[in-house]
Design a binder for this molecule. Structure first.
Ligand code: NI
Length: 306
């Protein structure tokens, strides 16, 4: 695309320079190396230098969440003006998190999204504009997903592999249209309702169990304000804070299925014994019903332990 822009700005000679790429422009000889640089060249050089400087996102860490006590903090509906501060907190605490983002907000904060990826967080899809997808046509669902995928990829260089439907509202048709694993949660902090730092801290530290997924929203200031103590408290309880993909390492996630937590096959040292039963795919059952609750409430029949 960038090469086309150069050829439009210039003539045949520039076409040669444009297609040679960075090496040609850097001066590998030839007639095009002698000519004066144009504004278009400088812009292209600047972009390339920027790309060279930007570090690549690190790969997921190898953490065995079957044996290690893991929890995933997830943040929905952003990015927002508070998200950069949240990234500072997570960095200071050595924690990784997952961000389920709205495409329309990704467009507004592309640098924050880029930083998430570089710092090892998971960038994930939460639709473009937060509709209840169970009331939309499959074509509109696909559009909501694909536009957001593109926005996140453009901002961060990374294409999400996970999706969280707004309100946790899904059904079989929505699952098929989305075509990605659907990640819900095992702990709903209800931070959108209460807006209390002390309450968020208490819930965020005390409620998660091993393999859990905790729902916060980084569009609310009290939520972001609570995270330093949530991270500290969870670490003191022996948790490793991982992305959702890290949480499910070794357990392949299926497109269109919903997951609320990772069911641990062997209990970590400090966790209580799991309830009996354990049938069905570990990590949640496929979307049941998919009736949206008020606010961000998982579909009825939630399989979470609390
Ligand atoms: Ni949401």
């Amino acid at each position: 695309m960038r090469i086309r822009a150069i050829t439009v700005a210039g003539a045949g000679l520039l076409l040669v320079a444009g297609t040679v790429g960075a090496a040609g422009i850097a001066g590998c000889g030839g007639p095009e190396g002698k000519r004066a640089r144009t504004a278009g060249d400088n812009a292209a050089l600047g972009k390339r230098a920027q790309q060279r400087r930007a570090p690549a996102p690190p790969p997921p860490r190898k953490i065995d969440c079957v044996r290690v006590k893991c929890v995933s903090l997830t943040f929905d509906d952003g990015p927002s003006p508070y998200t950069a501060r949240l990234l500072d907190t997570l960095k200071a605490g050595g924690a990784r998190a997952t961000f389920f983002m709205l495409g329309e907000n990704v467009q507004a904060y592309p640098d924050v999204v880029r930083r998430m990826a570089i710092e090892g967080h998971e960038v994930a899809n939460h639709s473009w504009s937060h509709p209840d997808l169970t009331t939309e046509s499959p074509a509109e669902v696909r559009s909501q997903i694909q536009r957001t995928q593109q926005a996140i990829k453009t901002a961060s260089g990374v294409a999400p592999t996970l999706m969280r439907p707004p309100y946790g509202a899904t059904n079989a048709q929505v699952g098929r249209a989305i075509g990605m694993p659907l990640i819900l949660w095992s702990v709903d902090t209800l931070d959108w309702r209460h807006r209390s730092v002390s309450r968020h801290t208490k819930v965020g530290v005390k409620e998660p169990a091993g393999g859990g997924i905790v729902l916060f929203h980084d569009i609310h200031k009290p939520s972001v304000d609570a995270i330093p103590k949530v991270v500290d408290g969870l670490k003191k309880r022996g948790f490793t804070l991982v992305t959702v993909s890290e949480l499910f390492q070794g357990q392949p996630l299926q497109p269109g299925q919903t997951y609320t937590e990772r069911i641990q096959k062997t209990e970590p040292v400090t966790a209580p014994a799991a309830p009996s039963g354990g049938t069905g795919p570990s990590g949640g059952t496929p979307g049941s019903g998919g009736t949206p609750g008020g606010g961000d409430t998982p579909p009825s029949g939630g399989t979470g332990p609390r």
